[in-house]
Write a protein that binds this ligand. Structure first.
Ligand code: MN3
Length: 199
């Protein structure tokens, strides 16, 4: 079974004004698709063919950079599209909000740390809210890397590759990240992942 590109879970114009239709068309239909196609070509006839994204990510990290980069980027983008939604960034479900306050002091502080992680990720990469050893952490990773290879489970995924924001925000990565935490985050999905990661 080969990897497939999941449909965007909302309309291309539904994240406006925070993301344009053009951004989502390029990001989903071209960038995300390219990782899917590359990964399928690279795993064909190898030990990785037919294995789940998570299994391949863990098994190829540090050993097969081509496979790892493309398969991890499929997973990261799958999670990214679910980490945002139209009219996002609102109220955080109770249990996750409590965990965030326990871990970071306040919701604002957690958002600040996430923005800071994204701003300070030099070059391409990702910022994350993740669960490690039962605790919520903010972390960042370069290129296609993700928390799965560091023994953590992602609950919120933030793409900081330039292709994410350059059409709408040009070089203003901090403005994109501010819009992300205030207007785009799908906290219900993060809460679902948090519950699964801590049960
Ligand atoms: Mn991307």
């Amino acid at each position: 079974m080969s990897y497939t590109l999941p449909d965007l879970p909302y309309a291309y114009d539904s994240l406006s004004p925070y993301f344009s239709k053009e951004t989502l068309e390029f990001h989903h239909d071209k960038h995300h698709l390219a990782y899917v196609n590359n990964a399928n070509n690279l795993v064909k006839g190898t030990e990785f063919e037919g294995k789940s994204l998570e299994d391949v990510i863990r098994a190829s990290f540090g050993k097969h950079p081509g496979v790892f980069n493309n398969v991890a980027q499929i997973y990261n983008h799958n999670e990214y599209w679910k980490s945002i939604k139209p009219h996002g960034g609102g109220k955080i479900p109770g249990e996750l909000e409590k965990a965030i306050v326990d871990a970071f002091g306040s919701v604002d502080k957690a958002k600040e740390e996430l923005v800071q992680a994204g701003v300070t990720q030099f070059g391409s990469g990702w910022a994350w809210l993740a669960v490690k050893d039962g605790k919520l952490i903010v972390t960042k990773t370069p290129n296609g890397e993700n928390p799965l290879v560091h023994g953590a489970k992602p609950i919120l995924t933030v793409d900081v590759w330039e292709h994410t924001y350059y059409i709408d925000y040009r070089n203003r990565r901090p403005d994109y990240l501010k819009a992300f935490v205030d207007h785009l985050v799908n906290w219900e999905y993060a809460a679902e992942l948090y519950a699964a990661a801590t049960k």
